[in-house]
Design a protein around this ligand. Structure first.
Ligand SMILES: [Zn+2]
Length: 284
């Protein structure tokens, strides 16, 4: 299914799965050109540095003959015309290459096709899933092995343009995050398990809300979607909600990571206080 709202160049490069099609219209053609002549620094994970990095573009757009830095868009359109009489909407393929600013041997390549006024990313190296699965390793401290595997699978499926499958894996992570808190509270004496079992997802979250990461409670607009069977959602809806759910889950995981860091910081402060008290005792 074609979409006519064309995302920003950064989103097309780093988030949009391959083979997703965007209809190029008079309204959004400027964004296509912005993508082709993209020359900004690009923030992305470097799988070779094993950390976030800033990338710089290393190739110039095909047929870019009339470079004019004061008006790169106009210059590019002029160049296309000069290049075999093509126009902005002519069928073509183009690639956008970047090198990591720490080491120019670390490169990322993106390939696009414009065919019958329809733009798709048709390939990239390293894959979208490779970027992301490196980046999500930081969640090892707050996700069990199964959930981390689910998150990797979800991202991989989404990067291949498979919405429903990706969505199901994310939903399971979300449910596990809730279940983790539930099983902890279920051991307490005053816990009413029978009531909990009868509740729907949103009511369960209300029961657990004091113990859940605050962002999970704030995501309440998504619960009805999560409760729907995946058969009740279209492939397009699954992809749309996947993005929202993934961002939500990552915020929850960041909150949990921060809690761990905060505990570690508190421990350092307590140890420091004890050490200072000991010195004071030794002196007096
Ligand atoms: Zn690098």
């Amino acid at each position: 299914m074609k979409e006519d709202s064309l995302p920003s160049p950064e989103e097309l490069l780093l988030i949009t799965p391959i083979y997703k099609e965007f209809e190029i219209t008079e309204e959004n053609i400027i964004r296509l050109i912005e993508l082709e002549i993209y020359n900004e620094p690009l923030d992305a994970y470097c799988v070779e540095c094993n950390q976030k990095s800033v990338y710089r573009r290393i190739n110039s757009p095909t047929g870019y003959l009339h470079y004019d830095s004061s008006s790169p868009t106009q210059a590019y359109i002029k160049s296309l015309t000069a290049y075999g009489g093509r126009t902005e909407t002519s069928d073509r393929t183009f690639d956008i290459r970047f090198a990591c600013s720490r080491n120019t041997q670390h490169v990322i390549y993106f390939y696009f096709i414009l065919y019958k006024s329809c733009l798709s990313k048709i390939g990239q190296y390293p894959s979208l899933a490779d970027f992301d699965s490196q980046d999500i390793k930081k969640y090892r401290k707050v996700l069990d092995k199964d959930s981390l595997g689910d998150l990797k699978r979800a991202i991989r499926l989404y990067s291949y343009g498979i919405g429903a499958g990706a969505f199901v894996y994310l939903r399971r992570i979300f449910e596990n995050l809730i279940e983790e808190t539930h099983s902890r509270l279920a051991n307490q004496e005053d816990w009413d398990e029978e009531k909990y079992q009868k509740c729907r997802m949103n009511e369960r979250i209300q029961l657990l809300k004091n113990e859940l990461p605050s962002h999970l409670v704030e995501m309440n607009a998504l619960y009805p979607i999560l409760s729907k069977g995946v058969h009740a959602l279209t492939e397009q809806e699954c992809k749309k909600y996947f993005r929202l759910l993934r961002i939500g889950i990552e915020i929850i995981l960041e909150q949990k990571l921060n809690q761990i860091l905060e505990k570690e910081r508190q421990k350092i402060i307590e140890d420091q206080k004890k050490a200072i008290a000991n010195i004071r005792n030794e002196i007096s």
